[in-house]
Design a protein around this ligand. Sequence first.
Ligand code: MG
Length: 405
Amino acid sequence: MKSITIRDVKVFVTAPHGINLVVVKVETSEPELFGYGCATFTWRYKAVVTAVEEYLRPFLIGRSVHDIEDIWQSMMGSSYWRNGPVLNNALSGVDEALWDIKGKLAGMPVYSLLGGKAREGIALYRHADGNSIEEVEEKIHKYMEEGFRYIRVHMGTYGGNFDGSIQKMQHPENAPAGAYYQTRTYMQSVIRLFDRVRTDIGWNLEIMHDIHERLSLADTLAFTKEMEQFKPFFIEDALRPDQMTYFKYLREQTTVPLAMGELFTNPLEWKTLIQNQWIDFIRCHLSDIGGITPAKKLAAFAEAYQVRTAWHGPNDLSPIGMAAQMHLDLNCSNFGIQEFAGFNEAEEEVFPGCPQVRNGYAYLNDTPGIGVGFDEKAAKKYPAVENVDYSWMFSRLEDGTAVRP
Ligand code: MG
């Protein structure tokens, strides 16, 4: 095999959707051979850029591009302390770029390198929310007309809002600003919403809901038991990552399928959940666990326990990252569903070769590698944005207590 080495590693930040995306480019000793990977940790993107430029770049220059496994393992060990989202995203940018290069060298799309297709298209789920039941149902109808059959259904944002419940809350004096919610109102509003959706739209549709770790164990238990009657496809993020063993009680007491994992960064977080079959879907964010290399192992591990994949697919993920996980979706026999937030025109311009969506399914182009490029000139038109409004993340209970996912 011809010796090909890493000549340079570059990092780009672009925001074609108003959200900072981080892209890593690995250049090789072959002038026309390079790869791109997604390293998007949008809330701490400058830390990821520094990790790649200051620590991984000098570590990688001169290494063989062929040995992804050795590079991934040694990058992971190179900081001694590891498994955090900043360093995992930095690793992911390099890892996905190396898989892109390997595919280009082989003349094959990545899914083919992984063993080929297990299916022809990737079933997607979309997110429908609104401030009234009518608004949510309107969005569901629109998605159904476009061919989507899996829809995550929400009232307001995470934690919900129903009939102006936020305005009716009774805060103490000097309560700080934040995304307030009241647990009982939230639970009741979702149950009313699901009831109406099943009555008005029917059962020829898979619906799901994301608790986004807003409830206590007792409330989650009561809520999921009530949700059983609507047969959701799954309930997402029922409990916080530091409450993993509580999934045992959920599993024992409800029949609702459970999906968990978008906040995971460490194999210890998913190992027990999967081995005990306490969840039905594992939904890590690929770049937050370190890219394609750890994700293919996680998927294989999950397959042994009949846990299916539902990788995290929000807007704070570049189309390169979305395509990277879609190669796994095509290849893994235990694929379940893919979250999909859609691309706007600017993203399609900056990332030529974005996956295409038709009738509820996504399709990858069959070009070698990951198949999504990066137009470095077009990216400059959408520079990094500062002062992004992420107030929705600052959840507070009615009395002002901060709640974290
Ligand atoms: Mg979620």
